[in-house]
Design a binder for this molecule. Structure first.
Ligand SMILES: [Zn+2]
Length: 321
């Protein structure tokens, strides 16, 4: 595991597998800022591998099928554009998991965005957890462990990542960038405590994206004028709009600042929330679905006037005064 803070949890997991003490159900929270999906992917590959040692071998038939994204015994479930994961999807998955594995190895299902499971879906899943089929593993990745129903949580092995402290974070960033940090950068990094991958992205000059999000954040509360997207950068502006709406949802849910992707924009998020007369979540979900729709349209249709469509969209985001 190349991310140092993931080494210890990985070592523990492999230790349990080697002692045949591995649980059938795992909750691995989707802490992207810590590399949770890399960790979980490695775990899935390890479970499916026919000759695993400290990790998946990368060479057996199972590993090759995984690499080609065609492993027949791997199932993945996630929300479509932020919608709830309903009971039908869970029933279908449970049915598939009851079939015999086609590679004579394990069957693995990974439910991403598991915080979007409806109560009915979670209850249907509960039955599967109570009567697990042999050699079948279920991994749930909610935003937060606490987002799962207590009845589900109590039947799963709960995984927790330990965040690197400030010194370890700076040390790691220095290694990644192959240079020492300037004092301005060290100052910036303090706002990314506990979020090493976000900090690295910010320092690596994915700053353009951060600046776009920052401008949208300010415009959305009336503190700046809206940008003038062009044909060439309209798509970046659309992505930045989506990023900001998702961030507002995180802040609204009161995730701690280091779990947010733009901790330096917290103030703007708070200002926006204070400006909302009522139901910020409804407003945000509505705006997000319009953005997703636009993203979908740009993928399907050519010759779309995205700059104009975006400007029309932003017009409706004007703060009420
Ligand atoms: Zn293998």
């Amino acid at each position: 595991m190349h991310l140092p803070w993931l080494r210890e949890p990985w070592r523990q997991l492999i230790g349990e597998a080697q002692q045949h003490r591995l649980s059938h159900a795992h909750c691995i929270p989707a802490r992207e800022e810590l590399g949770a999906s890399v960790f979980t992917e490695n775990f899935v590959r390890f479970l499916l591998c026919q000759n695993p040692t400290q990790q998946a071998c990368g060479q057996c038939k199972s590993c090759l099928l995984w690499a080609a994204e065609t492993h027949p015994d791997y199932y993945e479930l996630k929300s479509d554009d932020g919608r709830a994961i309903g009971v039908d999807k869970i029933r279908e998955l449970t049915h598939q998991l009851q079939q015999t594995a086609s590679q004579q190895g394990a069957k693995v299902a990974w439910i991403k965005e598991a915080h979007r499971l409806t109560t009915e879906a979670a209850n249907a899943l509960l039955k599967t957890l109570e009567e697990p089929s042999p050699n079948t593993y279920l991994i749930l990745s909610p935003e937060r462990t606490a987002d799962l129903l207590p009845t589900l949580r109590s039947r799963m092995q709960l995984h927790r990542f330990v965040e690197p402290d400030q010194a370890a974070l700076e040390h790691w960033l220095t290694q990644q960038l192959k240079r020492s940090l300037t004092s301005a950068e060290r100052h910036l990094v303090t706002s990314y405590q506990g979020a090493p991958l976000t900090a690295l992205a910010a320092l690596r000059g994915e700053q353009d994206e951060v600046e776009r999000v920052a401008l949208i954040a300010r415009a959305a509360v009336g503190a700046a004028v809206w940008p003038q997207p062009t044909k060439d950068d309209a798509n970046h502006w659309l992505m930045a709009s989506i990023a900001w709406l998702q961030e507002l949802l995180r802040v609204q849910q009161q995730l701690p600042p280091h779990r947010c992707h733009y901790p330096q924009l917290q103030e703007w998020a708070q200002t926006w929330l204070q400006q909302q007369p009522s139901h910020p979540v409804t407003t945000l979900s509505h705006r997000l679905s319009l953005c997703y729709n636009l993203r979908h349209m740009t993928r399907e249709q050519s010759g779309l006037n995205l700059p104009l469509l975006l400007q029309n969209l932003w017009l409706q985001w004007q703060p009420h005064r």
